[in-house]
Design a binder for this molecule. Structure first.
Ligand code: GDP
Length: 428
């Protein structure tokens, strides 16, 4: 069966976490390879309801090894707190089932502060950051102004390195933003309170994955956010600061030679978008409010109401292409069950011309949606477990996605619970 990546096709929040939670039964290792605690996967299973931000979603399965790769923004404080929330509910986290790359850069304590200061400075032009320090972290990583998690095992080197970076960063904090500087005492407290705690979990995840792969173990790569938030291929500048694409998974996990045979792109049955930026199929008013309520579309990390819209086949086709998805999971189909007519964005009008090609970011503001309305099914489908038991209108809706984006839909999710899923290949 080989390795698999589960990735978002749109703006994120597609329900990747529930798909990883479900599919971990077939894999030995789950790896988070990018991003940080700036988004959340909501997972509901027999252990309870969890909002995961950094921990891989395989943490709930006995025998599954979870890895935080070198590509993640490793925030020791948030990670330690999240580990506490999960263990509180009886889930064991040990160095056997959680391994952290020694090559992951640490999100430093000033990154969150810098994120908030910059958003404040931008005022009404802000990016809509979750203020988790992700953009300052990745820009510092590329400037080589972070420390590697493995340096925690070399305390002398670490301390001097951190003090050098702190002196440099204090220039920005005080002179650019007029904020207070960080001190050595503050840094020591952070090291003791959080960094020391994650030390036992550090390892060379690249070597681990390579050996596991040689032994025939199967790896599941878990992405955060979606294609349209990818740093290089997304809706610049309203992207995240990391690579959300499956192609980056081998690098961000520490095993550049990994082969990924299966790329499962997760598509939500309608669109949502957190934060700022162009969103062509956006819906407003009472229709949007009803959809937001039906789908409980509030940010897992921030609680912010998500912007909602019609399924956007133009953006989805682009997202599938960027991810090189080999199959699609359509989630939250049940949320549309009360809509008599379901809007679908099938093309864009750009400069008066109709196109199904996703435009260059700077042209997105001018794009207008071309909408079609498909028949709804107007009945509860949350209990359906077989493809042929879905109402014809629901099947037509799913098939419309498949035809438009040129990628097979292998499963359809009709509820947040682990078992609320319809696998199509079993019926074929
Ligand atoms: P992720 O970051 O891609 O994992 O997505 P989120 O966790 O932010 O958002 C997905 C939300 O939808 C979570 O609250 C899930 O529990 C929920 N969810 C996932 N699949 C379904 C589904 O098929 N139906 C319904 N009603 N909710 C779902």
């Amino acid at each position: 069966m080989g390795n698999c990546a589960i990735v978002g096709i749109n703006w994120g929040d597609e329900g990747k976490g529930r798909m990883v939670d479900l599919l971990t039964q077939d894999y030995d290792i789950v790896v988070r390879f990018q991003g940080g605690g700036n988004a959340g996967h909501t997972v509901i299973n027999d252990r309870g309801k969890f909002a995961l931000h950094l921990l891989p979603s395989g943490i709930f399965r006995d025998g599954v090894v979870n890895i935080l790769g070198n590509g993640v923004a490793l925030d020791p404080e948030n990670l330690w707190k999240e580990m506490g929330q999960v263990t509180e509910k009886g889930v064991a986290i040990t160095p056997e089932n959680l391994k952290i790359s020694d090559r992951a850069s640490l999100l430093l304590p000033w990154h969150r502060e810098l994120d908030a200061l910059e958003e404040q400075r931008l005022a009404d032009k802000q990016y809509g950051s979750t203020r988790q320090g992700i953009a300052p972290f990745y820009s510092d990583k590329f400037q080589k102004k972070t420390v590697l998690a493995g340096e925690l095992l070399y305390p002398q080197v670490l301390k001097e390195h951190l003090l050098d970076i702190m002196a440099w960063k204090n220039l920005t904090l005080t002179r650019v933003y007029g904020a207070r500087p960080w001190t050595e005492a503050m840094l020591d407290a952070w090291l003791e309170d959080y960094c020391g705690k994650i030390k036992p979990f550090l390892c060379d995840t690249g070597a681990y994955l390579k050996e596991a792969s040689r032994q025939g173990k199967r790896i599941l790569f878990e992405a955060q956010l979606g294609s349209l938030r990818d740093l290089d291929f997304g809706i610049h500048p309203y992207t995240t600061s990391s690579y959300t694409t499956a192609a980056y998974a081998p690098i961000g996990s520490g095993f550049p030679g990994a082969k990924i045979e299966r790329i499962l792109g997760v598509v939500k049955a309608y669109s949502t978008c957190v934060g700022e930026g162009p969103f062509v199929s956006e819906m407003f008013g009472p229709e949007a409010d009803r959809l937001r309520e039906a789908g409980a579309e509030y940010g897992a990390k921030t609680g912010r109401p998500r912007r909602v819209g019609a399924l956007d086949l133009v953006a989805t086709a682009y997202g599938v292409e960027v991810q090189a998805a080999t199959e699609i999971a359509v989630t939250k189909l049940d949320v549309l069950s009360t809509m008599e007519k379901i809007p679908v964005c099938t093309a864009y009008l750009v400069d008066g011309r109709k196109t199904t090609r996703f435009p260059f970011p700077a042209a997105l503001d001018q794009a207008e949606p071309v909408m079609e309305y498909m028949d709804g099914w107007m009945c509860d489908i949350s209990g359906v477990r077989r493809w042929e038991q879905l109402p014809q209108a629901a099947r037509d809706y799913v098939l419309r996605i498949e035809e438009s984006v040129g990628c097979p839909v292998s499963c359809v999710s009709v509820g947040p619970e682990r078992g609320s899923i319809i696998f199509r290949h079993k019926e074929k």
